[in-house]
Design a protein around this ligand. Structure first.
Ligand SMILES: NC(=O)C1=CN([C@@H]2O[C@H](COP(=O)(O)OP(=O)(O)OC[C@H]3O[C@@H](n4cnc5c(N)ncnc54)[C@H](OP(=O)(O)O)[C@@H]3O)[C@@H](O)[C@H]2O)C=CC1
Ligand SMILES: C[C@H](CCC(=O)O)[C@H]1CC[C@H]2[C@@H]3C(=O)C[C@@H]4C[C@H](O)CC[C@]4(C)[C@H]3CC[C@]12C
Length: 281
């Protein structure tokens, strides 16, 4: 409880005037995080590939009260671009308080198709670009005793079917950032790392991909976005949303893995999987 609770109380004022980057913010949970930050008075720099959507999100952030809001469009399969996002924040804000790593590349929800090239590409987008941005942002975050927020998934803690490459990228994030956190402590680096373990959320893409397969309802993206921000501000090591679909299954993972796996499979309507199935087996 001590390590995972963070202890302190969240107050929106804590974000007033803070300089933040949110990746994958043209839609979904990232978009909602940008709006919450704007309402709380943070400066925001958002990024994703689709310029038209980013422009609209920036306009809404300004309406909601952000002291400044900017975007930079590009793809996170390009590490030069990933670095340039951090450079842009430095030029715009002169520093950085919070780096929220949230974007993901396109994933299918079906049996593993054996396509190695796409596994490599997803690893670059979902993992390597997170590492690249962290390395680039670290000097600024050290100056501000800032925070890194890494959005992961229950599929980054437990093997979940139909997301084989995606799940691998999320497990990689846990390994990298949990290990890095230990080194920060040994070196007295006061930069927090919050790994966010989230379950099924009602974003457009997730609903389309898995809405008919899962037997439990998706949780709201607005609330999820707020909980992620709270976890980051309170410098929690890990945050869980929704608790009942993340923390509870995790209690069983190490002690009764087969029971947990069979329970998770039993809740799936496999016949409703979408798209053609080019399964490896
Ligand atoms: N929704 C869910 O059920 C769950 C989500 N999560 C996690 O939450 C986070 C947000 O997910 P969610 O909001 O659902 O995702 P969405 O698919 O709604 O949004 C993904 C974002 O990433 C951007 N993006 C996609 N490809 C690239 C790329 N190559 N380079 C840069 N940006 C890219 C998209 O914009 P654009 O296309 O314009 O580039 C978009 O802004 C992710 O880390 C995900 O793993 C975890 C568990 C469950
Ligand atoms: C179905 C999973 C929940 C575990 C369970 O079986 O109860 C979901 C947990 C993570 C989801 C995926 C995800 O994290 C992000 C992708 C988001 C895209 O927008 C759509 C598909 C996802 C692969 C999504 C699919 C459902 C989960 C695996």
């Amino acid at each position: 409880v001590y390590f995972y609770s963070g202890g302190d109380e969240f107050k929106p004022e804590l974000l007033k005037g803070k300089r933040t980057i949110v990746t994958g913010a043209s839609t979904g949970i990232g978009e909602q995080m940008a709006y919450h930050l704007a309402q709380m008075g943070s400066h925001v720099l958002i990024t994703a590939r689709t310029e038209e959507k980013l422009k609209k999100v920036v306009a809404k952030c300004l309406e909601l009260g952000a002291p400044s809001a900017h975007y930079i469009a590009g793809s996170m399969d390009d590490m030069v671009f990933a670095e340039s996002v951090v450079k842009k924040a430095e030029n715009l804000f002169g520093g950085l308080d919070m780096l929220i790593l949230n974007h993901i590349g396109d994933s299918y929800y079906n049996f593993f198709n054996g396509d190695i090239k796409s596994v490599r590409k997803l690893m670059e987008i979902n993992f390597l670009s997170y590492v690249t941005m962290t390395v680039a942002a670290l000097p600024m975050l050290k100056d501000t005793n800032g925070s890194i927020v890494v959005v992961s998934s229950i599929a980054g803690k437990i093997g979940v079917p139909f997301v084989v490459p995606y799940s691998a990228t999320k497990f990689a994030l846990d390994g990298f950032f949990s290990s890095l956190r230990q080194e920060f402590i040994l070196k007295d680096v006061n930069v927090s790392i919050t790994l966010c373990i989230i379950s099924f959320i009602n974003t457009e893409k997730a609903l389309k991909a898995v809405g008919d397969v899962l037997s439990y309802p998706a949780a709201p993206k607005e609330e999820c976005a707020l909980e992620i921000i709270k976890g980051g501000v309170l410098r929690q090591w890990e945050m869980y949303y929704k608790y009942e679909h993340t923390r509870i299954p995790l209690l069983f993972r190490d002690w009764a893995p087969q029971l947990l796996s069979s329970f998770m499979r039993s809740g799936l309507n496999v016949e409703n999987l979408k798209g053609s199935n080019h399964s490896l087996y």
